[in-house]
Every structure is written in C-alpha cells, then in structure tokens.
Design a protein around this ligand. Structure first.
Ligand code: SAH
Length: 223
C-alpha cells in the first residue's frame, strides 16, 4: 500500500487535481475496473519520469525515459492490466519490459508476485530503486532478454509484454500456466495489435484487440 505521504512526495496540490482528472478521463474512456483505477490514482507517476517532465506525468501520454524508451501511456497501462485481471485474481505474473517500473508498480499492487524482465540494465536499476522507495516489495527483477522469458520460475498465471513483438515469442507461450493469460502488442511500426492469448487445454485461444503503438521488443541485453 502506497502511503498518502509517498503519493504526494514532491508534488503540489494543483497536480493532485490533474491526477483526479486523469482517473476521470480513463473512466470515461471505458476503463471500469475500480481496483485498477484506484491503484493508478494512488501510484505517483511523477516519480517514474525525469524531474523536468514531472509536470506532465498525469497527462494521458507516453513520455521519454532515456535509452530511446518511453513510460507507457496511463490508458494503456490500465487497459492491459484490466485484460490481464479479467479472468480473476492472479498469483504469479511475469512482465517483459520493466522500463521505468511504472507498470510494474501498478501490477505489484494488484497481484501476489511480479517477475519483471528488462534488457537495459540502467533502466532496471532505477526502476528497482523506485519500487523500494514506494515500499513495493513483491517484485523480483531479472536483467535479460524477454524473448526468452524467465524459464527458471515458470509457469506464470499472467504475462504482460510492454514492447511490440514482431511475432508472439514461443518461450512466453511455453511459460504460461494452464488458464494463464498473455497480453502482448504484436506487429511493427504503425501496424501493431494488442492481443490476449489464453492457454486452454492443449492449445491457446487468441483475441485480437486494439490497434496500439509501442516501442519494439528488441533482442539481447544492454549494460
Ligand atoms: N512498462 C514500461 C514500458 C517501457 S517501454 C514503463 O511504463 O515504463 C518498453 C520496455 O521494454 C523498454 O524499457 C525496453 O528496454 C524493454 N524491452 C524491449 N525489448 C526487450 C526485451 N527483449 N527484453 C526485455 N525488455 C525489453
């Protein structure tokens, strides 16, 4: 639970109003999971971007976080989290693409445990610090290539990927538990679709959802 003090650290009351407006807007755009909206309301997104950009943290937009990457748009964080949770509560969730750690922080307040994989070490180090500052301790991090997932700790009840994959990584399908849900943007450039894949019986069901725009899921690691 993020305390009131942490929620407001380094931010004036004007921004408190901007935050409430963001939640109102997400609600009007059709996001209806009250738990997810409440967690977004109390998660201080301004602590996940550079101080110079903090005044824009409660706009519904992606923002640069360095290394050519972006913190995801709040709408997309809420949308993907809702899709992941729509089948009921989740115990083990793997996230590919820690980035700033914002989506990680949101997830960690809604599921039992988060396993977060990032290929760019300095981004992951900073994200780790932020989650500790916010006292969110049910997250473990791995510096590695998300195309491979995190096989040692598989299977996962949920997997969320926050970068667009040219095709669905086989390793992630392999690491889904029975009934497990994978939310992933698939495609490249302007042609990307959000997909929900569920492991059912011997196979998988696939649903193609919104058109989206994410940075690409790359290969290898960077330090
Ligand atoms: N959820 C993050 C989004 C960051 S953007 C946030 O809101 O801040 C996508 C992230 O995916 C970037 O940090 C990028 O480095 C990471 N990424 C891209 N390809 C990856 C891969 N193969 N394995 C792990 N992380 C990857």
């Amino acid at each position: 639970m993020i305390t009131d003090d942490l929620q407001r650290r380094g931010i004036g009351m004007t921004s408190q109003r901007t935050r409430e407006r963001l939640i109102q807007r997400l609600y009007e755009e059709g996001l209806s999971n009250a738990h997810v909206l409440e967690v977004i309301r109390r998660t201080p997104r301004h602590l996940f971007v550079d101080e110079a950009l903090a005044h824009r943290a409660y706009e519904d937009t992606a923002l640069p976080i360095g290394h050519n990457q972006t913190i995801s748009q709040p709408f997309m964080v809420a949308r993907m989290t809702e899709l992941l949770l729509a089948g009921g509560p989740l115990d083990k969730v793997m996230e590919i693409g820690t980035g700033s750690g914002y989506q990680t922080a949101v997830l960690s307040q809604l599921v039992e445990r988060v396993f977060s994989v990032e290929r760019i070490q300095p981004l992951q180090d900073r994200a780790k610090e932020r989650l500790l500052e916010l006292n969110l301790r049910n997250v473990v991090f791995r510096w590695g290539d998300g195309w491979e997932g995190w096989p040692a700790l598989a299977p996962y009840n949920g997997i969320i990927v926050t970068a667009a994959a040219a095709q669905v990584p086989q390793a992630l399908l392999d690491q889904l538990a029975p009934g497990g849900r994978l939310v992933i943007p698939v495609g490249s450039g302007d042609e990307q679709q959000l997909m929900l894949i569920v492991r059912e019986g011997a196979g998988f069901t696939r649903q193609v959802l919104d058109s989206v725009r994410f940075v690409p899921l790359l290969s290898g690691t960077v330090f």
